[in-house]
Design a binder for this molecule. Structure first.
Ligand code: FE2
Length: 452
């Protein structure tokens, strides 16, 4: 997947990267379940029955039953998770590590007593060190490979025949919109034609028409979770959803009657790995329910379809507890995301959306603050001088756009991913709209098309 993996030529080593994590998700979650005594008891009493509860592959289950750690790692296992299985069997970590080397327990212990394995000859595949031999394999793994050799060959032929179209992913456009929960409620309760709401929804009619003509394969959707999936137990600054599916969350009023969101685990893992390698520390989330911050923009742009017409990668930004990331950090992150997406070797179209804002304050005696002038200036600058806009400090958002207006920093992530920021042509404004109020909030909306 065109990711930089400089560790592939280290002998006898499997680095647990985003690809491995995706492959081994349920295997590792199964191992994690063995942290509970009652689960260990059930597993020991009937391994097949316990394993049947987990959506692991047949090969992963066979590897677990064989207690072959190399095999489990080959299918996505990570040693820290796999060690829970070893612990369940009463093994020490030294016994587990030794079992992967092809040495006897005694030989391994003696090697460690003599100072451990030398890196000499073991830095690169093909040197002459003592970790260059074939991987230790259990009889069960060898039998599995023989039994499945024919199948593997057939798969390889099929893959070669159905060769993927060549090319790279491109970012075609960015979309910016408020994600006010009351907008979702108005749609869900059939109030879009009411006098209060009609002007707002009229402003999104051109957007829906544009979207029909420009539906991407994937939307990278930047939003913030509003005390829904993330409570104060864990507060990630940036979190990327890498699951295959995300359910709409129940935020206290019941879940919105909208389709489940289909993710893109492969592209999301690729972006996670690439962006982290560019020194942005993302939290990787495999278990996430999405709130109005994500679903309201989808409703505004797509209406009420049976299924959302494309995949969506949720990207959460902490704008709830200070310190929240600066505009500049968000703008730079957008640039890193653009690099990540453009290094993905499938010719797909990706849109990046920035949501939240515009001016609003939801708390205290200052609640209800709206600043039309500042909001419209923000829209002007977002189009024309985003790098300068990114320098605006938090305090200006709070003073001018209200305490919750800080959500607007998320728009700078989407803007940072546009081509002109990387030296390309300026984007075209496909649509711009501004309206007050939606409940407590000013609503702003912009569609920028890349001129590639
Ligand atoms: Fe929000």
């Amino acid at each position: 997947m065109a990711l930089e993996k400089p560790y592939l030529d280290v002998p006898g080593t499997t680095i647990f990267d985003a690809d491995q994590s995706r492959k081994g998700y349920w295997l590792n979650q199964f191992c994690m379940s063995l942290m509970k005594a009652e689960n260990r008891t059930r597993f020991k009493a009937d391994e097949d029955a316990y394993l049947a509860e987990w959506p692991m592959t047949d090969e992963q289950k066979a590897a677990v039953k064989a207690r072959d750690l190399n095999w489990m790692m080959r299918t996505g296992g990570n040693i820290y998770f796999l060690s829970k299985l070893g612990a369940t069997d009463g093994l020490s970590f030294q016994q587990m590590a030794g079992s992967m080397t092809g040495m006897t327990e005694q030989q391994y212990r003696e090697m460690m007593l003599k100072g451990g394995r030398s890196p000499e000859g073991n830095r690169y595949i093909g040197e002459n060190g003592d970790a260059q031999g074939p991987m230790a394999m259990s009889e069960a793994w060898k039998e599995w490979q023989e039994a499945h050799a024919q199948h593997a060959l057939a798969e390889a032929i099929e893959q070669a025949e159905g060769a993927q179209p060549e090319g790279r992913a491109t970012i075609t456009a960015s979309v910016y919109t408020s994600h006010v929960p009351a907008i979702g409620a108005a749609i869900d309760h059939g109030k879009t034609e009411e006098a209060y709401w009609k002007p707002l929804f009229a402003g999104y009619e051109p957007s829906k028409a544009w979207m029909k003509e420009n539906t991407p394969d994937v939307i990278f959707l930047v939003y913030n979770d509003h005390a829904t999936s993330f409570d104060l137990g864990v507060i990630p600054t940036f979190a990327i959803g890498t699951a295959a599916e995300f359910e709409p969350a129940d935020e206290g009023y019941g879940a919105r009657p909208v389709p489940k969101v289909q993710g893109d685990p492969e592209l999301a893992s690729h972006i996670a790995q690439s962006v982290i390698q560019q020194d942005f520390d993302l939290t990787i989330v495999n278990d996430l329910k999405v709130d109005h911050g994500l679903t309201v923009p989808l409703s505004l742009m797509f209406g009420q379809p049976e299924q959302w017409p494309c995949k969506v990668i949720p990207f959460h930004v902490n704008v709830v507890q200070y310190p929240v990331p600066s505009g500049q950090r968000c703008f730079a992150l957008g640039q890193a995301i653009r690099k990540a997406i453009e290094s993905y070797d499938k010719p797909i179209k990706v849109q990046i959306w920035g949501t939240g804002g515009m001016s609003h304050q939801l708390q205290g005696p200052r609640a209800g603050l709206i600043n039309k002038e500042w909001d419209n200036r923000f829209l002007d600058r977002l189009v024309a001088e985003p790098a300068e806009l990114a320098k605006v400090p938090h305090i200006e958002y709070v003073r001018e756009a209200g305490s919750e207006g800080i959500e607007l920093v998320m728009w700078l992530i989407a803007r940072g991913a546009m081509a002109d920021v990387a030296g390309g042509k300026a984007p075209s404004v496909a649509h711009r709209f501004f309206h007050v109020p939606a409940s407590n909030t000013a609503v702003g909306h912009l569609i920028l098309e890349n001129n590639l």
